[in-house]
Ligand binder design. Sequence first.
Ligand code: PLP
Length: 391
Amino acid sequence: MSYNNPETQAIRLQTERSQHREHSTAVYLTSSFVFDDAEEMRASFAEEKQRNIYSRYTNPNNHELVQKICALEGAEAGHAFATGMSAIFSTFAGLLDSGDHVLSARSIFGNTHTLFTKYLPKWNITHTYFDVNDLDTLEALVQPETKILYIESPTNPATDIVDLALLSTFSRKHNLIFIVDNCFATPYLQQPIKFGADIVIHSATKLLDGQGRVMGGIAVGNADLIDTVYRFARITGPALSPFNAWTLSKSLETLAVRVEKHCENAHKLATWLEKHPKIRQVRYPFLESHPHYELAKKQMKLGGNIVTIEVEGGLQSGRVFLDNVRMCSLTANLGDTRTIVSHPASTTHGKLSAEERLDVGITDGLIRISVGLEHIDDIIQDLENSLEAIQ
Ligand SMILES: Cc1ncc(COP(=O)(O)O)c(C=O)c1O
């Protein structure tokens, strides 16, 4: 039986039951898989027969997770990784050759920026950044060696929304592989492949797990491209643990209800913060005041769970704010059931220069709130107390 609704796919797509007829999928904590005879072993290694050989390559739990994300994203194929960063690195390393060039949005996750600036140049792979708020400059930045166009939407942490349809048309025109890090939206809110993306990447550590438990990453998309990425990964070994794959697959069963509630809380919080006198600016994609509100409405089902604020008084006020939260957590993650407040300028984006940070919309006083699933009144009360502490 096939299911079309994402809520059902995320629950009912399941690895074939074993002889024990378990209801929930078993955890296949095994390094390798056995063969009946020499011929089966030969045919499997020769890839004449599709089956599990070794968990660095494939595993039933990883396969179940990949099948679910493929269904949710509308992708042909996928592969799961140990972390979001290993998904990103393996995708670049698998698809790019020495001498290739990447055109990337400037506003990307700090560690992805470090990949571009510090590690990919070791293999003579270069990049050029573009401003997601000035897509007219793109045409002039394409080089004969450009192979990949890379973006995040919404961006981390400024929550800029990037026009997926426009960039996919641009990528087709210039024969580029269009890759979208869809981690902030999740496939429940946005499916970049429907707008023409070739590959979608996730840090599954975030909303896909949603409970701050396990690390994971995934890349899904065009089958030929994913096969190239998979072949790099099965040799180099950034495999997702089957236990983490099992945990993530269970998490997906509640993705729709969790994300709906995250968005409801985030929208309520952003609306409340917008009226607060100590807040200079609030950004949330589904607030009418957001510069890309119309585009967000076109591309996304709801506004996501990230709200950013700029408190009056800059860096000093930002520190006072963080020092005075009582319930909300100060931690590196996002997309958890627990509300998390963080200061990108001194943490995730600390490796960027002050000028580079400003280029991607990160001022010293910017605070990122990953809105959780606690009761909205308790979230507001904690943040209100914290804002009161600012002189
Ligand atoms: C947008 C985005 N992409 C990728 C990553 C990297 O994911 P991971 O920490 O699972 O390696 C992160 C982590 O914060 C992120 O925010």
